[in-house]
Design a protein around this ligand. Sequence first.
Ligand code: TXA
Ligand code: MG
Length: 318
Amino acid sequence: MAGNAVMIVSIEEAISLLRAGHVVALPTETVYGLAASIHDPRAINNIFEVKNRPASNPLIVHIGSPNMLPLFARFIPKYVYKLTDAFWPGGLTIVLKKNSTISGDVCAGQDTVALRMPGNEIFLKILAETNTPLAAPSANPSQRISSTHHQHVESLFSSRVPVVAGGSCRVGIESTIIDATNNDLIEILRPGAISAQDIEAVSNIKCKTREGNFISPGSSKKHYSPLKKTFLVSNQLINKKINIFLNHAIIISRTLKFLPGKVINMPLKPEHYAKKIYDSLIQADSMDGDSIIIEQPPQTSRWHYINDRLKRAAHKIL
Ligand code: TXA
Ligand code: MG
């Protein structure tokens, strides 16, 4: 890649680069990922370096079919195949007890492996052609906002990482992660567009959100953060203090009317809102204003995964 300033690469170039042990940013339906072959320890190490990610934080392994699960997992509860039938390819990452064929670096030394078949044609084609599972964390430096468009990847990593241009991600928020290491309980480690109710309905197994210290190693409280001070604010408080906020802040809102340069309008439905939220946070960071005010969306279960990310993005909840 030396001397080549344009870092958009074709699918064929991405395949050659991955085979040669490079890290390549690829689109998925949730967010862009920084992909590398799980069989290349140097490339895996580069992912951690490029992202500035602690070695203790394991990577998701992306595979092309549920048939590959037994290659990596030593114990697969029956309900897992009901879930893959219903949700793969798609935004469900399944954590299983790992077997010894998978490198400790990818799994950060844990006894488990996280697996997902992504719902994106480009990614699936690359998985099929390289014939290699690809580890891929979200394409953002640790703690920053995930990329949901190839332009985000380009601006975050400039000439350091080649990217396949897949346009906007269809879902826009990272996959739901479940711990499926038990026969009779599923635990959500990170909420996503696929909800606990969806999972229970398909699996017939109780599904609850894991609280406390044993959540995903990457689920630190601060995450997905804009550079500007960011506040999550109730609709009532925004209306009360609107003139103060308009003086110095960018407001991300579903209900205020459009004020160019001041308000970024958000869609009313959760799935449309999810698709736009990271782009809006990145846009707000680049606009004139010293802080970002996000209007709190409804606190219902359909908004749960979005509220989870907004709470992490915010420096404070008002
Ligand atoms: O939608 C997604 O999941 C995207 C796309 C690119 O697939 N990937 C993604 O990767 O969000 P990342 O690395 O940004 O977030 C993965 C999360 C991290 O919090 C990590 O700690 C957790 O998954 N994780 C990975 N392996 C795990 C394991 N074996 N047990 C528990 N958590 C795990
Ligand atoms: Mg991430």
